[in-house]
Design a protein around this ligand. Structure first.
Ligand code: GTP
Ligand code: MG
Length: 207
């Protein structure tokens, strides 16, 4: 797929204010600082489209980006931001879980995992929650440029093994780097395939 246009549409803290669910939508989620915003900029080839930062917890809203005037990328707040207050964490968590569970047009959850780390409990728990809800998801291992491919492969193998405790079939995965554009073509091709089968879902119109 060629990305011809990528446009910021809106930031939301309220589910009721999201754009109508009439376009295929892909949510990017993962631990704070895992590289969600960087990956979105890499996929769209638009630096600065999604705000990146070295301070974890930068994205605290549901951000919609409209791609090729036909589908949405959604940048979600990172989970597990240690310095957020308990109330804040609980609020985000509820908001994100409601969004993921209820969004009619959501086609696939893109779960970002830092390829440098051993399997993290919080990531595994999140994948298990998606599995329980029957939501389709894929894994995107980020920051692969930061270490050898051997190390990346080892961490991926460990993650897959940890998922096999609860999953019969391990989901599809991608290895990426926002620095080198590794994985870009594969992810765009994957999205393109799903877009081709998209039919506008039934939804309750809001007032
Ligand atoms: N070397 C390298 N650095 C990366 C890569 N992806 C992200 N980073 C860096 O990691 C930091 C966090 O990236 P962001 O894209 O802002 O992460 P995020 O997941 O959107 O963070 P929050 O919005 O705070 O949850 C930034 O300093 C990025 O430059 C990558 O593929 N390679
Ligand atoms: Mg971000």
């Amino acid at each position: 797929m060629i990305v011809k246009s990528a446009e910021f549409i809106c930031s939301n803290t309220q589910i009721s204010k999201l754009p109508p669910p009439v376009k295929a939508e892909y949510a990017f989620i993962g631990r704070s600082n895992v590289g969600k915003s960087s990956l979105i900029n890499m996929l769209t080839a638009k630096k600065g489209l999604a705000k990146t930062s070295q301070t974890p917890g930068k994205t605290q809203l549901i951000n919609h980006f409209y791609i090729n005037e036909s589908w949405y990328i959604v940048d979600l707040p990172g989970y597990g931001y240690a310095r957020a207050s308990k109330t804040n964490k609980a609020n985000w968590s509820k908001f994100i879980h409601t969004y993921l569970d209820k969004r009619e047009s959501l086609q696939c959850v893109m779960v970002l995992i830092d390829s440098r780390l051993e399997p993290q409990k919080i990531d595994l728990e999140f994948c298990n929650w998606l599995g329980e809800k029957g939501l389709s998801f894929v894994l995107i291992f980020t920051k692969a440029d930061k270490q050898s491919s051997v190390k990346t492969d080892q961490n991926i193998a460990k993650f897959k093994k940890a998922l096999q405790v609860t999953f019969e079939e391990v989901p599809h995965y991608f290895v990426t780097s926002s620095e080198t554009q590794l994985g870009r073509e594969e992810i765009l091709a994957f999205i393109d395939t799903i877009n081709k089968d998209f039919v506008i879902p039934h939804f309750e119109p809001r007032d």
